[in-house]
Design a protein around this ligand. Sequence first.
Ligand SMILES: [Zn+2]
Length: 244
Amino acid sequence: MQNQLLLLEKVQKIDIQIGIIEEEEKQYNTDIETLSEGIREHEAKLAALKTELDELENARRAVEDEIALYAERIKKNDDRLKNIKNDKEFNAVTKELHTAKKGRQAKESEISKLNEIVDEKKRLLKEEEDKLQNDKNKFEENNASLIINKERWGKNLKEKTEEKAAIAKDISPSLLKRYETIKQKRQGIAIVSVEGDACQGCYMNIPPQIYIQLQKGPSNLIFCPHCHRILYWLAKAPNSQQDR
Ligand SMILES: [Zn+2]
């Protein structure tokens, strides 16, 4: 049993390394997904801003047309002023001039307000364009290194899987199955050593009779009474070998 447990512990070490590779790959994919979400968001914002800007430009053109009409009216009345025949006509023309100039002034202040809004929208547009470009660059970079890393992950995973299979073939299938079940429930750690009376999985003390049983070399599986992981006892050589 002791030998089986030591083999199982080696399998677990490889599984942990496999887990790290898989986690790294997952993180990469998550990052890329986040970036492409960002790109989609910026593109949507840009499209909305462009529509708003188009509408503002149309509104501005309409006001400019109105200003042109006022200018025409002003010019016409200025000309009429040169050939005035009587007071009545003079009063009518000056009144008309006054109205037209007031109208033009109002439209001009409308234009300057519109210009301010347009400038602000253009600033936002530029900002979104920069953010979009930034995300696109990062996306490209990540994608490029993903391609390189994929090859490395694939190679490492293949090696680790082969290494694991070579050890696992000497472990009884029922023990392996047990290991897999506990591993899933216990954050990837199913088999732990006991050191100084404590389970190295949950660091709780284990009862002395379990400790004695472990040291004798058990014929059955012994579980931690607290975290229910498989326990094994690591006899330490004088120049104690820590985990490699
Ligand atoms: Zn425990």
